[in-house]
Design a protein around this ligand. Structure first.
Ligand code: GDP
Ligand code: MG
Length: 161
């Protein structure tokens, strides 16, 4: 089997996706999950967590020098988030495509941000931006025993092999 953070470049590539507190409050959980499911990706980790501000700051550590960082930490820690790990071929990059541009004003219609939000400071969803951040974020949010390494019954209808 693979490490719990997955194996980038394979069908067992994994990415960390979080529905932020605004997405949860606005009733968008089911719709967002449905988009990843219908694409063909496989859910391997899922929990509802209310992050502390310290944990939010750790999650966004790479942005700590940015002027919006304090507001970002407060926003991310303002309520429960749906923390998820999704698996599949190219799920990191394709997940970012499903999510759309950081600024919802630039996000294409048909993407999650393009369809459901308006401003950067309330853009409803997070997704890892590369293999290193996926590994780092999955390890930060999920213990090994919180990831389900399961085989989908429809695998052969989603992949050639
Ligand atoms: P992401 O990977 O697309 O989520 O974007 P980043 O990693 O660059 O930034 C993380 C989050 O910080 C974004 O999703 C936004 O919620 C927020 N953010 C980024 N840039 C800005 C900004 O210029 N202003 C504000 N208010 N928030 C920002
Ligand atoms: Mg980012």
């Amino acid at each position: 089997s693979v490490p719990h953070y997955g194996a980038a470049g394979t069908q067992k590539e994994r990415t960390f996706i979080a529905i932020k507190p605004d997405g949860v409050n606005r009733g968008l959980i089911a719709d967002i999950i449905a988009r990843f499911e219908k694409k063909g990706f496989k859910l391997v980790g899922l929990k509802l967590v209310h992050p502390t501000e310290d944990f939010a700051a750790e999650h966004y550590d790479d942005l700590k020098a940015r002027p919006f960082f304090p507001a970002l930490v407060k926003y991310f820690a303002s309520g429960p988030v749906v923390a998820m790990v999704w698996e599949g071929k190219d799920v990191i990059l394709t997940g970012r495509k499903l999510i759309g541009a950081t600024n919802p004003a630039d996000a294409a219609v048909g993407t999650i941000r393009g369809d459901y939000c308006i401003i950067m400071g309330r853009n409803i969803i997070h997704g890892s931006d590369g293999a290193d951040s996926a590994k780092h974020e999955i390890s930060l949010w999920f213990k090994e025993n919180e990831i389900a390494d399961w085989e989908s019954a429809v695998h052969k209808w989603t992949y050639e092999k």
